[in-house]
Design a protein around this ligand. Structure first.
Ligand code: TYD
Length: 215
């Protein structure tokens, strides 16, 4: 079983993944492998550093796409496929839908192009379900203020641009969730972590929820 989590920055993916790991391991007795894209392998971490390296300036969306896809094709073959083969539940913080939204929609490369290249990169190994943790950009911003990541009131031009970009990303994910309803579970992630986790658990694939006895 392969589950992915998507959403804008500050939507609570890592908190929800942590809570779900506890449930899957302790309540359902499952082996769980937790991954984060890009990263989770030495090559993936190197690619992550390349992507975040400020000296490279603003990368072209095409260049970014191939770097994310290179990290992904490696992760799928080295880690995800063997973990699934061994019967583990794989939880991934971001996967192909992030490329579709960030490079395909916000970056302008197009949904179909990214999905096509994604088929090659993933070899067709795709999440059984993707939880879209949806929050308004204002809530994500307020959380960042709370965590001390941005200063309240200090909305300069860059941050304003950042917020407009986040709006685009949020809308992109919602469009995809509507267009591919069987792949996504849309979660209202505005509430307290425990409430959000309740929604996530209710939307787990049936096959996983029923796996307690037999494993
Ligand atoms: P990260 O610091 O991991 O952010 P988050 O905690 O929100 O996941 O940085 C990952 C960034 O990379 C994030 O802004 C989304 C972006 N991204 C893409 O643009 N395309 C992709 O395919 C992936 C996986 C991530």
């Amino acid at each position: 079983m392969f589950l992915a989590f998507e959403g804008i920055d500050g939507c609570g993916k890592s908190t929800q993944i942590g809570l779900l790991v506890d449930y899957l391991e302790q309540e359902l007795g499952r082996d769980v492998v937790v991954l984060k894209e890009p990263g989770s392998t030495p090559l993936g971490e190197s690619i992550r550093s390349l992507l975040l390296e400020p000296g490279h300036g603003d990368l072209e969306p095409e260049t970014e796409l191939f770097l994310f896809m290179a990290a992904r094709s490696h992760l799928v073959r080295q880690v995800i496929a063997p973990a699934l083969e061994s019967g583990a539940v794989v939880l991934c913080d971001r996967f192909l839908w992030s490329s579709v939204v960030y490079q395909g929609m916000a970056g302008g490369l197009g949904v179909e192009t990214v999905l096509k290249i994604g088929r090659l990169a993933t070899g067709g190994i795709l999440p059984d379900r993707t939880f879209l943790l949806d929050i308004p950009v204002s809530v994500s911003y307020a959380r960042k203020v709370e965590q001390g990541k941005v200063q309240e009131g200090a909305v300069n031009r860059m941050e304003e641009k950042g917020r407009r970009f986040q709006e685009k990303v949020r809308r992109g994910f919602l469009v995809l969730a509507r267009r591919f309803p069987r792949q996504f579970a849309l979660i209202d992630a505005r509430g307290a972590p425990a409430d959000v986790q309740g929604q996530v658990r209710r939307r787990l694939p049936r096959r996983l929820r029923l796996s307690r006895a037999g494993k």
